[in-house]
Design a protein around this ligand. Structure first.
Ligand code: IMP
Length: 416
Protein backbone atom coordinates (compact mmCIF):
# COMPACT_ATOMS: atom_id res chain seq x y z
CA UNK A 1 0.00 0.00 0.00
CA UNK A 2 1.63 3.26 -1.08
CA UNK A 3 1.11 6.68 0.44
CA UNK A 4 0.22 9.81 -1.49
CA UNK A 5 2.73 12.69 -1.60
CA UNK A 6 1.24 16.10 -1.24
CA UNK A 7 2.08 19.56 -2.51
CA UNK A 8 0.43 22.59 -0.92
CA UNK A 9 0.84 26.35 -1.13
CA UNK A 10 2.01 27.99 2.11
CA UNK A 11 1.26 31.65 1.29
CA UNK A 12 -1.50 33.40 -0.69
CA UNK A 13 -1.25 31.19 -3.77
CA UNK A 14 1.01 31.70 -6.79
CA UNK A 15 3.98 30.31 -4.87
CA UNK A 16 5.30 28.54 -7.96
CA UNK A 17 3.67 25.16 -7.29
CA UNK A 18 3.55 24.57 -11.05
CA UNK A 19 7.31 24.13 -11.39
CA UNK A 20 7.55 21.66 -8.48
CA UNK A 21 4.42 19.71 -9.44
CA UNK A 22 5.66 19.51 -13.03
CA UNK A 23 9.04 18.28 -11.76
CA UNK A 24 7.46 15.68 -9.43
CA UNK A 25 4.82 14.63 -11.97
CA UNK A 26 7.66 13.06 -13.98
CA UNK A 27 8.15 10.43 -11.29
CA UNK A 28 4.53 9.82 -10.26
CA UNK A 29 1.96 7.51 -11.86
CA UNK A 30 -1.02 9.65 -10.85
CA UNK A 31 -1.47 13.36 -10.22
CA UNK A 32 -4.67 14.40 -8.44
CA UNK A 33 -6.42 17.70 -7.74
CA UNK A 34 -8.46 17.89 -4.55
CA UNK A 35 -9.83 21.45 -4.18
CA UNK A 36 -10.57 24.73 -5.91
CA UNK A 37 -11.69 25.25 -9.47
CA UNK A 38 -10.59 27.18 -12.52
CA UNK A 39 -9.65 30.12 -10.29
CA UNK A 40 -6.27 28.37 -10.00
CA UNK A 41 -3.84 28.46 -12.86
CA UNK A 42 -0.32 28.04 -14.03
CA UNK A 43 1.44 28.09 -17.33
CA UNK A 44 3.96 25.43 -18.19
CA UNK A 45 6.34 25.87 -21.09
CA UNK A 46 7.71 22.77 -22.79
CA UNK A 47 9.94 23.46 -25.77
CA UNK A 48 8.17 26.12 -27.79
CA UNK A 49 4.68 25.16 -26.58
CA UNK A 50 2.89 26.91 -23.75
CA UNK A 51 0.16 25.12 -21.78
CA UNK A 52 -2.33 26.91 -19.52
CA UNK A 53 -3.57 24.63 -16.76
CA UNK A 54 -6.46 25.60 -14.50
CA UNK A 55 -8.30 22.40 -13.59
CA UNK A 56 -6.49 19.58 -15.33
CA UNK A 57 -3.70 18.20 -13.08
CA UNK A 58 -0.10 18.81 -14.20
CA UNK A 59 0.43 15.08 -14.82
CA UNK A 60 -1.23 15.67 -18.20
CA UNK A 61 2.18 16.82 -19.45
CA UNK A 62 3.79 13.49 -18.60
CA UNK A 63 2.43 10.98 -21.14
CA UNK A 64 2.88 8.15 -18.64
CA UNK A 65 0.94 9.80 -15.79
CA UNK A 66 -2.80 9.58 -15.19
CA UNK A 67 -4.83 12.44 -13.79
CA UNK A 68 -7.66 12.56 -11.31
CA UNK A 69 -9.91 15.49 -10.44
CA UNK A 70 -11.42 14.70 -7.06
CA UNK A 71 -14.79 15.31 -5.44
CA UNK A 72 -13.50 18.39 -3.59
CA UNK A 73 -13.08 20.35 -6.82
CA UNK A 74 -15.78 22.50 -8.45
CA UNK A 75 -15.82 21.95 -12.20
CA UNK A 76 -16.99 24.36 -14.84
CA UNK A 77 -17.71 21.99 -17.76
CA UNK A 78 -17.42 24.85 -20.25
CA UNK A 79 -13.94 25.87 -19.08
CA UNK A 80 -12.83 22.30 -18.54
CA UNK A 81 -13.69 21.35 -22.11
CA UNK A 82 -11.79 24.39 -23.41
CA UNK A 83 -8.76 23.34 -21.37
CA UNK A 84 -8.99 19.77 -22.65
CA UNK A 85 -8.69 21.04 -26.24
CA UNK A 86 -4.96 21.70 -25.69
CA UNK A 87 -4.32 17.97 -25.44
CA UNK A 88 -4.93 14.80 -27.44
CA UNK A 89 -5.85 11.30 -26.31
CA UNK A 90 -7.03 12.12 -22.81
CA UNK A 91 -9.39 9.18 -22.55
CA UNK A 92 -8.03 6.58 -20.13
CA UNK A 93 -5.69 9.10 -18.49
CA UNK A 94 -8.08 11.71 -17.15
CA UNK A 95 -10.77 10.95 -14.60
CA UNK A 96 -13.37 13.25 -13.06
CA UNK A 97 -15.15 12.48 -9.82
CA UNK A 98 -18.88 11.91 -10.18
CA UNK A 99 -19.16 13.69 -6.80
CA UNK A 100 -17.38 16.88 -7.88
CA UNK A 101 -19.78 19.83 -7.97
CA UNK A 102 -20.76 21.52 -11.21
CA UNK A 103 -20.07 25.21 -11.67
CA UNK A 104 -22.31 26.78 -14.33
CA UNK A 105 -22.19 30.25 -15.94
CA UNK A 106 -24.83 31.61 -13.53
CA UNK A 107 -22.42 30.98 -10.63
CA UNK A 108 -19.92 33.35 -12.24
CA UNK A 109 -22.65 35.97 -12.76
CA UNK A 110 -23.64 35.72 -9.08
CA UNK A 111 -19.97 36.00 -8.03
CA UNK A 112 -19.52 39.17 -10.11
CA UNK A 113 -22.83 40.67 -8.90
CA UNK A 114 -21.90 40.09 -5.25
CA UNK A 115 -18.53 41.72 -5.78
CA UNK A 116 -20.18 44.72 -7.43
CA UNK A 117 -22.64 45.06 -4.56
CA UNK A 118 -19.84 44.94 -1.97
CA UNK A 119 -18.20 48.03 -3.48
CA UNK A 120 -14.97 48.87 -1.67
CA UNK A 121 -15.45 45.83 0.60
CA UNK A 122 -15.13 43.48 -2.40
CA UNK A 123 -12.98 40.37 -1.89
CA UNK A 124 -11.33 40.75 -5.27
CA UNK A 125 -12.37 37.27 -6.41
CA UNK A 126 -11.40 35.87 -9.78
CA UNK A 127 -15.07 36.31 -10.75
CA UNK A 128 -15.23 32.69 -11.91
CA UNK A 129 -18.12 31.65 -9.66
CA UNK A 130 -16.09 29.69 -7.11
CA UNK A 131 -17.81 31.08 -3.99
CA UNK A 132 -21.39 30.60 -5.29
CA UNK A 133 -20.63 27.04 -6.48
CA UNK A 134 -19.14 26.00 -3.12
CA UNK A 135 -21.92 27.92 -1.39
CA UNK A 136 -24.54 25.80 -3.17
CA UNK A 137 -22.63 22.64 -2.26
CA UNK A 138 -22.56 23.50 1.45
CA UNK A 139 -26.17 24.69 1.41
CA UNK A 140 -27.06 21.32 -0.18
CA UNK A 141 -28.60 22.86 -3.26
CA UNK A 142 -25.69 22.17 -5.60
CA UNK A 143 -25.42 19.60 -8.39
CA UNK A 144 -22.79 16.94 -8.92
CA UNK A 145 -21.04 15.84 -12.06
CA UNK A 146 -22.73 12.43 -11.89
CA UNK A 147 -26.03 14.18 -12.54
CA UNK A 148 -24.74 15.40 -15.89
CA UNK A 149 -25.33 11.88 -17.17
CA UNK A 150 -29.12 12.60 -17.11
CA UNK A 151 -29.36 16.13 -18.59
CA UNK A 152 -33.17 16.31 -18.61
CA UNK A 153 -33.46 15.47 -14.92
CA UNK A 154 -30.67 17.89 -14.06
CA UNK A 155 -32.31 20.64 -16.10
CA UNK A 156 -35.53 20.11 -14.18
CA UNK A 157 -33.72 20.43 -10.84
CA UNK A 158 -31.82 23.54 -11.86
CA UNK A 159 -34.98 25.19 -13.21
CA UNK A 160 -36.69 24.49 -9.86
CA UNK A 161 -33.68 26.06 -8.11
CA UNK A 162 -33.98 29.14 -10.35
CA UNK A 163 -37.67 29.40 -9.49
CA UNK A 164 -37.04 29.26 -5.71
CA UNK A 165 -34.37 31.97 -5.95
CA UNK A 166 -36.07 34.08 -8.60
CA UNK A 167 -36.32 37.31 -6.59
CA UNK A 168 -32.68 37.14 -5.52
CA UNK A 169 -31.50 36.61 -9.10
CA UNK A 170 -33.66 39.49 -10.29
CA UNK A 171 -32.28 41.81 -7.62
CA UNK A 172 -28.76 40.84 -8.63
CA UNK A 173 -29.55 41.31 -12.31
CA UNK A 174 -28.30 37.82 -13.06
CA UNK A 175 -29.50 36.64 -16.43
CA UNK A 176 -30.63 33.01 -16.31
CA UNK A 177 -30.77 30.57 -19.23
CA UNK A 178 -34.08 29.32 -20.66
CA UNK A 179 -35.07 25.72 -19.96
CA UNK A 180 -34.34 24.73 -23.53
CA UNK A 181 -31.02 26.58 -23.62
CA UNK A 182 -29.94 24.94 -20.36
CA UNK A 183 -30.89 21.46 -21.57
CA UNK A 184 -28.93 21.92 -24.78
CA UNK A 185 -25.93 23.23 -22.85
CA UNK A 186 -25.94 20.26 -20.45
CA UNK A 187 -26.41 17.74 -23.27
CA UNK A 188 -23.39 19.22 -25.01
CA UNK A 189 -21.28 18.85 -21.86
CA UNK A 190 -22.47 15.28 -21.35
CA UNK A 191 -21.45 14.24 -24.87
CA UNK A 192 -17.87 15.31 -24.25
CA UNK A 193 -17.41 14.61 -20.54
CA UNK A 194 -19.36 11.38 -19.94
CA UNK A 195 -16.40 9.05 -20.73
CA UNK A 196 -14.33 10.75 -18.03
CA UNK A 197 -16.84 10.72 -15.15
CA UNK A 198 -16.13 7.90 -12.68
CA UNK A 199 -16.08 7.01 -8.99
CA UNK A 200 -12.64 8.44 -8.23
CA UNK A 201 -12.84 7.60 -4.51
CA UNK A 202 -12.74 3.88 -5.20
CA UNK A 203 -10.08 4.55 -7.81
CA UNK A 204 -7.85 6.32 -5.25
CA UNK A 205 -8.13 3.35 -2.88
CA UNK A 206 -7.30 0.90 -5.67
CA UNK A 207 -4.25 2.74 -6.97
CA UNK A 208 -2.79 3.11 -3.47
CA UNK A 209 -3.43 -0.62 -2.87
CA UNK A 210 -1.58 -1.30 -6.14
CA UNK A 211 1.43 0.65 -4.78
CA UNK A 212 1.22 3.34 -7.46
CA UNK A 213 3.13 6.59 -6.92
CA UNK A 214 0.51 9.22 -6.29
CA UNK A 215 0.94 12.98 -6.12
CA UNK A 216 -1.76 15.27 -4.75
CA UNK A 217 -1.64 18.77 -6.20
CA UNK A 218 -2.94 21.61 -4.03
CA UNK A 219 -4.36 24.84 -5.42
CA UNK A 220 -4.20 28.38 -3.97
CA UNK A 221 -2.46 28.70 -0.60
CA UNK A 222 -2.87 28.35 3.16
CA UNK A 223 -3.62 32.03 3.76
CA UNK A 224 -6.54 31.72 1.30
CA UNK A 225 -7.98 28.67 3.10
CA UNK A 226 -11.64 29.07 4.06
CA UNK A 227 -10.87 28.29 7.74
CA UNK A 228 -7.19 29.07 8.24
CA UNK A 229 -6.71 32.06 5.96
CA UNK A 230 -7.58 35.74 6.24
CA UNK A 231 -11.38 35.27 6.24
CA UNK A 232 -13.45 36.65 4.54
CA UNK A 233 -10.68 37.55 2.08
CA UNK A 234 -10.12 33.92 1.14
CA UNK A 235 -11.25 31.43 -1.44
CA UNK A 236 -14.12 29.03 -0.68
CA UNK A 237 -12.27 25.74 -0.34
CA UNK A 238 -9.99 23.87 2.05
CA UNK A 239 -6.62 24.54 0.49
CA UNK A 240 -4.54 22.94 3.28
CA UNK A 241 -3.40 19.29 3.63
CA UNK A 242 -6.60 18.22 5.35
CA UNK A 243 -8.52 19.16 2.18
CA UNK A 244 -6.60 16.50 0.27
CA UNK A 245 -8.28 13.82 2.38
CA UNK A 246 -11.87 15.01 2.11
CA UNK A 247 -11.38 16.18 -1.47
CA UNK A 248 -10.33 12.75 -2.70
CA UNK A 249 -11.84 10.31 -0.20
CA UNK A 250 -8.55 9.53 1.55
CA UNK A 251 -7.80 9.06 5.24
CA UNK A 252 -4.98 10.99 6.98
CA UNK A 253 -3.12 7.66 7.06
CA UNK A 254 -2.95 7.67 3.26
CA UNK A 255 -0.78 10.79 3.18
CA UNK A 256 2.98 10.53 2.69
CA UNK A 257 5.45 13.38 2.35
CA UNK A 258 4.04 16.89 2.52
CA UNK A 259 5.96 19.54 0.57
CA UNK A 260 4.91 23.12 1.21
CA UNK A 261 5.69 25.67 -1.48
CA UNK A 262 6.70 29.23 -0.59
CA UNK A 263 8.29 32.10 -2.43
CA UNK A 264 11.41 33.78 -1.00
CA UNK A 265 9.15 36.84 -0.65
CA UNK A 266 5.34 37.23 -0.57
CA UNK A 267 2.58 38.14 -2.99
CA UNK A 268 -1.19 38.24 -2.91
CA UNK A 269 -3.89 39.03 -5.46
CA UNK A 270 -7.22 40.44 -4.48
CA UNK A 271 -8.02 42.37 -1.32
CA UNK A 272 -7.47 41.61 2.34
CA UNK A 273 -4.74 41.85 4.95
CA UNK A 274 -1.12 41.44 3.90
CA UNK A 275 1.08 42.70 6.77
CA UNK A 276 4.43 42.48 4.97
CA UNK A 277 3.21 44.21 1.79
CA UNK A 278 5.70 46.75 0.40
CA UNK A 279 3.86 49.62 -1.28
CA UNK A 280 7.08 51.43 -2.15
CA UNK A 281 9.78 51.13 -4.78
CA UNK A 282 11.05 47.78 -3.46
CA UNK A 283 7.60 46.23 -3.88
CA UNK A 284 7.66 47.46 -7.48
CA UNK A 285 11.05 45.82 -8.04
CA UNK A 286 9.74 42.51 -6.67
CA UNK A 287 6.74 42.73 -9.03
CA UNK A 288 8.88 43.55 -12.04
CA UNK A 289 11.65 41.00 -11.39
CA UNK A 290 9.22 38.29 -10.31
CA UNK A 291 6.79 38.93 -13.22
CA UNK A 292 4.06 39.10 -10.62
CA UNK A 293 0.94 39.32 -12.74
CA UNK A 294 -1.91 36.78 -12.39
CA UNK A 295 -2.08 33.80 -14.77
CA UNK A 296 -5.85 33.56 -14.51
CA UNK A 297 -6.82 37.24 -14.41
CA UNK A 298 -3.67 39.13 -15.50
CA UNK A 299 -4.00 41.36 -12.40
CA UNK A 300 -0.76 42.85 -10.94
CA UNK A 301 -0.01 41.02 -7.70
CA UNK A 302 0.61 42.87 -4.45
CA UNK A 303 4.23 42.25 -3.36
CA UNK A 304 6.10 42.25 -0.07
CA UNK A 305 8.58 40.46 2.15
CA UNK A 306 8.76 36.89 3.45
CA UNK A 307 6.38 36.57 6.38
CA UNK A 308 7.92 34.09 8.82
CA UNK A 309 4.95 34.34 11.22
CA UNK A 310 2.37 33.35 8.57
CA UNK A 311 4.82 30.70 7.34
CA UNK A 312 5.14 29.05 10.78
CA UNK A 313 1.33 28.95 10.93
CA UNK A 314 1.19 27.38 7.44
CA UNK A 315 3.91 24.81 8.14
CA UNK A 316 2.04 23.64 11.26
CA UNK A 317 -1.46 23.58 9.73
CA UNK A 318 -0.22 21.55 6.76
CA UNK A 319 2.30 19.37 8.59
CA UNK A 320 4.89 20.32 5.97
CA UNK A 321 7.85 17.91 6.05
CA UNK A 322 9.86 20.26 3.89
CA UNK A 323 9.53 23.59 2.17
CA UNK A 324 10.36 24.31 -1.46
CA UNK A 325 11.63 27.89 -1.53
CA UNK A 326 10.84 29.40 -4.92
CA UNK A 327 12.11 32.40 -6.88
CA UNK A 328 15.14 33.09 -4.67
CA UNK A 329 16.74 34.88 -7.66
CA UNK A 330 14.04 37.58 -7.56
CA UNK A 331 15.78 38.92 -4.42
CA UNK A 332 19.11 39.23 -6.30
CA UNK A 333 20.55 42.74 -6.28
CA UNK A 334 18.79 44.14 -3.18
CA UNK A 335 21.16 45.83 -0.70
CA UNK A 336 19.03 44.54 2.12
CA UNK A 337 16.32 41.89 2.37
CA UNK A 338 13.60 42.08 5.03
CA UNK A 339 11.75 39.29 6.84
CA UNK A 340 8.62 39.81 8.94
CA UNK A 341 9.43 38.09 12.26
CA UNK A 342 6.49 39.28 14.40
CA UNK A 343 3.36 41.42 14.19
CA UNK A 344 2.48 44.45 16.24
CA UNK A 345 -1.21 44.51 17.16
CA UNK A 346 -2.62 47.15 19.55
CA UNK A 347 0.90 48.09 20.63
CA UNK A 348 1.77 44.50 21.53
CA UNK A 349 4.22 42.29 19.69
CA UNK A 350 2.91 38.80 18.83
CA UNK A 351 4.54 35.87 17.08
CA UNK A 352 1.43 34.05 15.83
CA UNK A 353 -1.37 34.66 13.32
CA UNK A 354 -4.22 36.31 15.23
CA UNK A 355 -7.96 36.03 14.54
CA UNK A 356 -7.85 39.19 12.46
CA UNK A 357 -4.74 40.36 10.62
CA UNK A 358 -6.34 43.62 9.48
CA UNK A 359 -4.52 45.84 12.01
CA UNK A 360 -1.28 43.88 12.24
CA UNK A 361 1.87 45.78 11.30
CA UNK A 362 5.11 43.95 10.54
CA UNK A 363 8.19 43.79 12.75
CA UNK A 364 11.13 43.29 10.39
CA UNK A 365 14.53 41.71 10.72
CA UNK A 366 16.98 42.89 8.04
CA UNK A 367 19.48 40.73 6.20
CA UNK A 368 22.37 41.86 3.99
CA UNK A 369 21.60 41.29 0.31
CA UNK A 370 23.57 39.46 -2.35
CA UNK A 371 24.53 39.78 -5.95
CA UNK A 372 23.33 36.74 -7.87
CA UNK A 373 21.69 33.38 -7.18
CA UNK A 374 20.05 33.00 -10.61
CA UNK A 375 20.75 29.62 -12.12
CA UNK A 376 22.77 28.30 -9.14
CA UNK A 377 22.22 24.54 -8.70
CA UNK A 378 24.09 23.78 -5.46
CA UNK A 379 23.53 25.23 -2.01
CA UNK A 380 27.26 25.71 -1.36
CA UNK A 381 27.56 27.68 -4.61
CA UNK A 382 25.04 30.31 -3.43
CA UNK A 383 26.44 33.65 -2.18
CA UNK A 384 27.15 33.41 1.58
CA UNK A 385 24.48 36.03 2.38
CA UNK A 386 21.84 34.03 0.49
CA UNK A 387 22.87 30.89 2.38
CA UNK A 388 22.58 32.75 5.71
CA UNK A 389 19.14 34.08 4.68
CA UNK A 390 17.87 30.55 3.98
CA UNK A 391 19.38 29.08 7.16
CA UNK A 392 17.78 31.89 9.20
CA UNK A 393 14.37 31.23 7.58
CA UNK A 394 14.67 27.52 8.38
CA UNK A 395 15.37 28.38 12.01
CA UNK A 396 12.33 30.70 12.13
CA UNK A 397 9.84 28.30 10.58
CA UNK A 398 11.18 25.05 12.05
CA UNK A 399 11.38 23.12 8.78
CA UNK A 400 14.06 22.32 6.25
CA UNK A 401 14.06 24.04 2.89
CA UNK A 402 14.66 20.85 0.96
CA UNK A 403 14.20 22.39 -2.49
CA UNK A 404 15.38 25.84 -3.61
CA UNK A 405 14.52 27.24 -7.01
CA UNK A 406 16.78 29.79 -8.65
CA UNK A 407 15.04 30.36 -12.02
CA UNK A 408 11.92 29.18 -13.90
CA UNK A 409 14.07 26.58 -15.68
CA UNK A 410 13.28 23.01 -14.59
CA UNK A 411 17.01 22.32 -13.98
CA UNK A 412 17.79 25.42 -11.94
CA UNK A 413 16.75 23.71 -8.75
CA UNK A 414 18.80 22.91 -5.65
CA UNK A 415 17.81 19.66 -3.95
CA UNK A 416 19.26 19.39 -0.44
P1 IMP B 1 -12.10 33.19 -5.64
O1 IMP B 1 -11.35 31.95 -5.38
O2 IMP B 1 -12.24 33.51 -7.10
O3 IMP B 1 -13.42 33.24 -4.93
O4 IMP B 1 -11.26 34.43 -5.05
C1 IMP B 1 -11.07 34.60 -3.65
C2 IMP B 1 -9.68 35.12 -3.34
O5 IMP B 1 -8.71 34.10 -3.66
C3 IMP B 1 -9.26 36.33 -4.16
O6 IMP B 1 -8.41 37.14 -3.36
C4 IMP B 1 -8.46 35.72 -5.30
O7 IMP B 1 -7.55 36.65 -5.85
C5 IMP B 1 -7.76 34.60 -4.57
N1 IMP B 1 -7.36 33.49 -5.46
C6 IMP B 1 -8.15 32.53 -5.99
N2 IMP B 1 -7.44 31.68 -6.73
C7 IMP B 1 -6.17 32.08 -6.66
C8 IMP B 1 -4.95 31.58 -7.20
O8 IMP B 1 -4.89 30.56 -7.90
N3 IMP B 1 -3.83 32.29 -6.89
C9 IMP B 1 -3.86 33.38 -6.09
N4 IMP B 1 -4.97 33.88 -5.57
C10 IMP B 1 -6.12 33.25 -5.84
Amino acid sequence: MSKADLIVGLQWGDEGKGKIVDHMAQTHDYVCRFAGGHNAGHTIVIGDKKYALHLIPSGVLNPKAKNIVGNGVVISPKDFIKEMEQFENLEGRLFLSDKAHILLPYHALIDQARERMKGDKAIGTTGKGIGPAYGDKIARVGHRLGELLCPDKLTEKIMAYFETNKTIFEAMEVELPSERGLLEELEGYKTILAPYIVDTTKMMWDILAEDKRVLLEGAQGTMLDIDHGTYPYVTSSTTVSAGACSGLGLSPKDLGKVTGIAKAYCTRVGNGPFPSEDLGAEGDILRKNGHEFGTTTGRPRRCGWFDAVAMRHAVRVNGADQVALMKLDVLDGFNEVKVCVAYEVDGKEIDYVPYDLEDATPVYQRFPGWDKTKGVREFEALPKNAQSYILALEEMIGTKMGIISTSPDRDDTIIR
